[in-house]
Design a protein around this ligand. Structure first.
Ligand SMILES: CC(C)(COP(=O)(O)OP(=O)(O)OC[C@H]1O[C@@H](n2cnc3c(N)ncnc32)[C@H](O)[C@@H]1OP(=O)(O)O)[C@@H](O)C(=O)NCCC(=O)NCCS
Length: 162
């Protein structure tokens, strides 16, 4: 990650920002649940998420401004695999912050959960920026597309990530 970029833990003060990014049209099209979220439901979700030991939710800050969020969830009943989800702020897309968030996120996962050996990304086949982002970050197709067009992509965490 460049010197001007860093990850910080998300807090309740990020609720409005994260909700706006989450409810953006392109983000909803890229999500498995596409309905706009209401503020109260989002706040309850965020409050749980930032305390959940099986979840890492971070904000990417570049030159002092929040530009993306990245989240890793340990898979249910598994401590060796996590699923990643990324949202870049609408105004900051197409500038490489997705890759910055992933690279920093892989390091964080390695430090926080040493047992995690692989990271899963579920990407819609029509989401070209997302497909390219994960491919360039070393993810390979594991399965799909399913009947709704979702691809499961996997990346091993290597020694270079810790
Ligand atoms: C998908 C997303 C995370 C990508 O992050 P980003 O920082 O905007 O992407 P980058 O700038 O790193 O670009 C990634 C690749 O997609 C390409 N790309 C960017 N915008 C594109 C577009 N509109 N159409 C096609 N390709 C595009 C870039 O050129 C780059 O590929 P390249 O390096 O081969 O040129 C971001 O656009 C986003 O938050 N979208 C909405 C939410 C989402 O789709 N999340 C992913 C679901 S897990």
């Amino acid at each position: 990650m460049g010197e001007a970029s860093s990850l910080r833990a998300a807090t309740l003060d990020d609720a409005e920002l994260l909700l706006a990014w989450r409810n953006d049209d392109a983000t909803r099209r890229s999500s498995r649940s596409q309905e706009p979220l209401e503020y109260d439901a989002h706040l309850a979700w965020l409050s749980d998420a930032i305390r959940d030991p099986r979840r890492l939710l971070r904000v990417v800050v570049a030159d002092g401004s929040p530009v993306a969020s990245v989240r890793f969830d340990l898979l249910p009943d598994r401590d060796d695999s996590a699923e990643v989800s990324i949202v870049v702020a609408p105004a900051a897309r197409g500038q490489g912050y997705g890759g910055v968030a992933l690279a920093a996120g892989h390091l964080l996962v390695g430090e926080t959960w040493p047992a995690v050996r692989e990271v899963l990304a579920v990407v819609h086949q029509g989401n070209e920026p997302s497909r390219r982002l994960f491919e360039q970050a070393g993810y390979v197709l594991l399965a799909g597309p399913d009947e709704d067009g979702w691809l499961s992509c996997l990346r091993s965490l290597s020694a270079a990530d810790v």
